[in-house]
Design a protein around this ligand. Structure first.
Ligand code: SF4
Ligand code: SF4
Length: 261
């Protein structure tokens, strides 16, 4: 056993202590307006309809709706649209991921606690949890892509337990809900019940384009346009699916740990 430990290199990465050097990963798409010829090919080709041009002709991407498919890069003849390897994209305010203003559907359930605890929660989390956090994953109608990436957080390479973060089977034991999927109509009630079963103070992280905005399925009869139509969200992690490091960044961002390690 000791021989094996010495023989094999340590796989666990040092991220976020040390930056990752993984240039081949597909990160967020970018459009360089100075190279854009205004052909609008990318707008027509984008399957998610998330590329927009404002009245001044400036083109941009609503990243909360983007599925990171690289189609814009493929169709852009001028090279203005390109995929980067940038993955630290999670934001506490969904508006920061968007070029166009945000319209959130009215929530169906009255949540009088939301406004009250929104500000207190961050302070409480830091004070109460310290370096320990229990997470319950909720699949609210995903394709399982995001869930596979969440599973990847437990592998030896990512080893999320090094932060004292663990996945638990019951929302009653959880401090944070990691929610994937658009929240299909069939899963709405389950999500509300899971949210209510999680003790306060709690954090909710929306993982992936579907959970952030409905993604490619938004404005569909069977789904909601993102889980913030149903429960309050603390951090949005864009991507389709976001890689484990992007999810880890979002979790740490929720705890305000990033940059303090
Ligand atoms: S395809 Fe390229 S050049 Fe055409 S509108 Fe999009 S970014 Fe601009
Ligand atoms: S990566 Fe795909 S979904 Fe995102 S902006 Fe480009 S074409 Fe649209």
């Amino acid at each position: 056993m000791i021989k094996k430990i010495i023989q094999y290199p340590r796989l666990t990465q040092k991220y976020p202590k040390k930056p990752l050097d993984l240039p081949d990963f597909i990160g967020k798409p970018e459009i360089d307006n100075s190279k854009c010829t205004g052909c609008n090919e990318c707008i027509s080709a984008c399957p998610s309809g998330c590329i927009v041009r404002d009245e001044k002709g400036v083109i941009g991407i609503n990243l909360d709706e983007c599925i990171f498919c690289a189609r814009c890069e493929d169709v852009c003849a001028s090279g203005a649209a390109r995929m980067t390897s940038e993955f630290e994209l999670a934001q506490k305010d969904r508006r920061l991921l968007r070029k166009t203003p945000l319209v959130i559907e009215e929530r169906d359930i009255p949540d009088e606690r939301y406004e009250l605890i929104q500000r207190e929660v961050k302070e409480k989390i830091k004070k109460i949890y310290g370096r320990s956090l229990q997470i319950r994953v909720v699949d609210a109608g995903s394709c399982n892509g995001c869930d596979y990436e969440i599973n990847g957080l437990n592998n030896p390479f990512n080893d999320i337990e090094r932060f004292g973060i663990r996945f638990v089977p019951s929302p009653r034991h959880a401090d944070m809900l990691l929610v994937t999927g658009t929240a299909t109509r069939n899963m709405e009630l389950a999500l509300i019940k899971t949210y209510n079963a999680t003790p306060d103070p709690k954090l909710v992280v929306a993982v992936g384009a579907c959970a952030c905005s409905g993604g490619i399925f938004r404005d569909n009869y069977a789904t909601r346009n993102g889980i913030d139509c149903i429960v309050p969200v603390d951090v949005y992690v864009p991507g389709c699916p976001p890689r484990p490091h992007a999810i880890l960044y979002g979790i740490l961002k929720a705890l305000d740990r990033v940059g303090k390690k």
